[in-house]
Every structure is written in structure tokens, then in C-alpha cells.
Design a protein around this ligand. Structure first.
Ligand code: SF4
Length: 469
């Protein structure tokens, strides 16, 4: 983990001054923005900062892309063909731009950190005037100013060792929020592009994290998810003066905070202290998203994951011993280079043994610039597809088995949304351990905590009823 390079107050004040001057120029013009976010929670969180900065510059959120004066795509490069799809989306905006030539079209996010992608985009699409990477979001006011002055702007910071505190934010969700605790990643899993685009792992100061959580709770949010590519390595090598287990304790006693979540956990760094913290801190939720990726030791070694199947299983066993109602979710890649049928069988047997509540499953696809992309023994697509199908069938069976144990379960649900089916409004939300339940109720209960009993199962879902005193 690297020492963080904190962006100076002078630099942040300068950006703020530029934002204010843009806001003065925009006064009375009713300008709007539309930010479309692809990829993971990191990008969702980045978009909230971008939206906050745009608000400071006098923009308000547009309800649809077509009416916006500024459109920004926040991109992800983890999925295959993402670049091709993005190019299609950007090309389609040309017609809109021709009708509204003053508008600003920009692209940011992980894909723009990749070599040559932003340059290619600017060359190919004259209607794009702004491209920037993940580590320079704090400079958005300066970039917008330059675009307003007629420049086409490309900014990225390949060093990726900085942290900018105190940036504005505009969050859409009134009940739950993501709070970054680390940025970047040092793990270099052999299939993953993230360390190359998001830079070295660096930790925020614990006080900044706690202050942000406290401020969110004061604004009415009661569920916080601490975010990092590998939250368990928070503060490694003394870079934050606190370990992740200590940070959980430090943040969890913010008055009014009902649920504290975290993601993602890396099995190599999830230690006994963290497990004890989950077991003992009353508002730390009993759910761990613990990506396993493969159940075979040789494939894990080739993935550079730095844990074994047995180490993974021992974490699951220990946490279940300490926290009997804990639920695990995971990520799994099938068809990694060199994966034999026997190696895949190890993944299947691990899935069978653990009984994940749910799993994100993927067929391996090479990412340019990663070690695994250069491995010789790539697996044919048809085999990957077949393995993915078998894995998904097994996980679907395990999800149903996992659900079955919830019949009669009672607990508090945080209501996240509702569907109106016929005469009945169905609310949905999660128990603290991340299990989702559907139940009839009044839409006015949105964002509230409601006691719910599970009464039956429907395909992959839990159905319940409100418990009335
Ligand atoms: S821990 Fe591995 S998979 Fe996760 S972001 Fe870092 S390199 Fe990628």
C-alpha cells in the first residue's frame, strides 16, 4: 500500500473558485446534466462526486439524456466488448449534438485510463469535448472551464496515488450510501485490469471516513457501505494508523447508524480481528461478499489470488461459528486459462459446500495488458459457456436451498422499493444479512425499517408479511 498524496487545500480552493465562477455565468440559464454510470459501486460513488461538482457549477439533474446540456458517460473496462459498446453509444449522440451544438459531451472512468482509448475517442468523435480518468475528478471545474473556452480536453493521472477530500456530492439514494475507504488496488490478480487503471492502493484517513459517515447519518441515511477493492487491507503497513477491524469499530459507533456494510473483501486479508469485529459490533451486518473466483488451488495460484481453497473454506467455517446467521455472496470466474475439467469440478464442489446466498458468475475473457491475457492455454468459448451453464444451475439450486431455511424467519427489513401488481403493492427490501424479501404493504413505508416474517418461497425469492404488534 502506498502513502496517499492528499490534494492540497489550495488546489481544492482553486477548483472551487472556478466552479463558483462557472455557476455565476450559468445563472438563469437552467442548464442540466445527465450522468450515465457503468460498472461497479466505485463508479457509482465517483458519479455522485461528479454530480455534486456539476451542481456547484449551476447544473441541475436532467430526467433524460435527450434534454440534457451536458452528458457524461462514466465507463467501466472490466467487461468484454465494453469499448465497442461505448463507441456505439457515443456515435449515437451525434444526432443530438447536431440539434444542440452548444452541449458538452464527455466520457470519464476506468476505460479512459487505458492507453490510447481517450485519444482514439476524441479523434473519432468530434462531438466529444471532454475526456478524463478516475484520478482527476477533483479537477472537473477546471476541465469544464477549458471546454467552455472552446478546447477539447483530455486529462488523466497515471500515477494514481492521490486522494481529494471534501469534494461535493449529490446522492440519489436517501437511505443508503457508499463511502470509500481505499482507492486503487495493489493485488494484481492476473486477470484484472483495475490496478492498472485505478492506481496504487491508498487509504483515507480514518477521521475523514468517520466524519463523512456522521454527516451522511445526520442527513437521514442509516445504512453505510464502506467501499474498497480490498477493504481488508485498509491501512496496511501503518498507512492509516488503523487496521480495517479497528476502522469498523471506530465508524460503527456513529450515533444513528443502523447498518454498517463493507465490500469487497479479499480472502487473503480477512483475518480473525475482522471476524471478531463482525461478530461483536452490533450494527455491522452479517453479510460478507467474499470473491472466491475458483475452488482449485492451481487456478488460484495462476490467478495470483494468494490463498488456497482450504484457507477460503476455513474463513467460511470460522465466520459461521462466530456468526451463525451470516450469509456469503461471491464472484466466480469459469474457463480461466488452464482450467481443466477436474479444476472446474473443484469450483463446483466448493459452491456446493459453501452454499452461497448468491453468486456473480462469469466466463473468463482476456483483458488487454493483464498477465492472464498472455497465458497460452486459453479455454475454448464453447467449454466456458458449458461450464458457466452448469455452475449457474448449481448456484440456482443452492439459492433455493438457502432460501428454504428462512421460512418463519423474522427480522427488520429496510424497504428499498415497491412494485404495484394489480390491487396489491409489493414492497421489497433486505434483512441486515442481505437477504431480500418481498411483502405486501404501503408504498409510504419506502426507506423505513419494517418487521417482516417470511411465509413462503417463490422461485428464487422470499415472500413475507409485516409483523404487526
Ligand atoms: S483484488 Fe484482484 S480482482 Fe480485485 S480489484 Fe484488485 S486486482 Fe482486481
Amino acid at each position: 500500500m502506498a502513502e496517499a498524496n492528499f490534494i492540497s487545500n489550495e488546489e481544492l480552493a482553486l477548483q472551487n473558485d472556478i466552479a463558483q465562477s462557472i455557476a455565476r455565468e450559468n445563472e438563469g440559464r437552467s442548464l442540466t446534466f445527465f450522468v450515465e454510470t457503468f460498472g461497479c459501486q466505485m463508479n457509482v460513488r465517483d458519479s455522485e462526486t461528479i454530480q455534486g461538482e456539476l451542481s456547484e457549477m449551476g447544473y441541475t439533474a436532467a430526467s433524460e439524456k435527450e434534454s440534457a446540456d451536458l452528458i457524461l458517460y462514466n465507463t467501466c473496462c472490466v467487461r468484454e466488448h465494453a469499448e465497442k459498446r461505448l463507441m456505439g453509444n457515443i456515435g449515437a449522440l451525434k444526432e443530438l449534438y447536431d440539434r444542440k451544438p452548444g452541449m458538452i459531451i464527455g466520457v470519464c472512468g476506468c476505460m479512459m485510463q487505458q492507453d490510447g482509448v481517450g485519444e482514439k475517442l476524441l479523434k473519432r468523435f468530434p462531438h466529444v469535448s471532454l475526456v478524463f480518468g478516475t484520478n482527476v475528478i477533483y479537477r472537473l471545474p477546471e476541465m469544464i472551464r477549458r471546454v467552455m473556452n472552446g478546447e477539447r480536453v483530455l486529462v488523466k493521472d497515471r500515477a494514481g496515488d492521490s486522494i481529494a477530500e471534501g469534494l461535493p456530492q449529490l446522492r440519489d439514494n436517501p437511505r443508503s450510501a457508499f463511502v470509500n475507504i481505499t482507492f486503487g488496488c495493489d493485488n494484481y490478480c492476473s486477470y484484472c485490469i483495475v490496478p492498472y487503471v485505478r492506481g496504487r492502493e491508498r487509504s483515507r484517513d480514518p477521521k475523514d471516513i468517520r466524519d463523512e459517515v456522521a454527516s451522511l447519518v445526520r442527513s437521514g441515511i442509516t445504512e453505510i457501505t464502506l467501499l474498497g477493492q480490498n477493504v481488508n487491507s485498509y491501512g496496511n503497513n501503518g498507512t492509516a494508523g488503523m487496521t480495517f477491524a479497528e476502522l469498523l469499530a471506530y465508524v460503527s459507533d456513529v450515533p444513528g447508524l443502523k447498518r454498517l456494510r463493507f465490500m469487497s473483501s479479499h480472502p487473503k486479508d480477512l483475518n480473525e480481528d475482522v471476524m471478531q469485529a463482525i461478530a461483536s459490533l452490533p450494527n455491522v451486518c452479517h453479510h460478507v461478499h467474499l470473491p472466491v473466483q475458483s475452488g482449485n488451488d492451481e487456478i488460484l495460484r495462476r490467478m495470483n489470488r494468494r490463498y488456497t481453497r482450504e484457507r477460503y473454506l476455513s474463513i467460511v467455517r470460522r465466520l459461521r461459528e462466530l456468526v451463525p446467521d451470516i450469509e456469503f455472496t461471491t464472484d466466480i470466474i469459469v474457463g480461466f486459462p488452464g482450467e481443466t475439467e477436474e479444476a472446474f469440478a473443484d469450483t463446483m464442489s466448493l459452491v456446493d459446500e459453501v452454499g452461497f446466498a448468491s453468486a456473480f458468475t462469469f466466463a473468463y475473457s482476456p483483458r488487454r495488458g493483464t498477465v492472464a491475457a498472455g497465458m497460452a492455454d486459453q479455454i475454448p468459448e464453447a467449454i466456458k459457456k458449458d461450464r458457466l451453464k452448469r455452475l449457474n444451475e448449481l448456484q440456482a439450486k443452492k439459492t433455493v436451498e438457502n432460501n428454504a431455511k428462512y421460512i418463519g424467519h423474522e427480522g427488520e427489513v429496510l424497504v428499498e422499493g415497491f412494485d404495484c401488481c394489480g390491487e396489491q403493492t409489493m414492497l421489497y427490501g433486505k434483512y441486515q444479512n442481505f437477504k431480500m424479501v418481498y411483502f405486501p404493504g404501503d408504498a409510504g413505508l419506502l426507506n423505513r425499517y419494517v418487521p417482516v416474517r417470511v411465509t413462503k418461497l417463490s422461485k428464487n425469492s422470499l415472500l413475507g408479511e409485516m409483523i404487526h404488534a
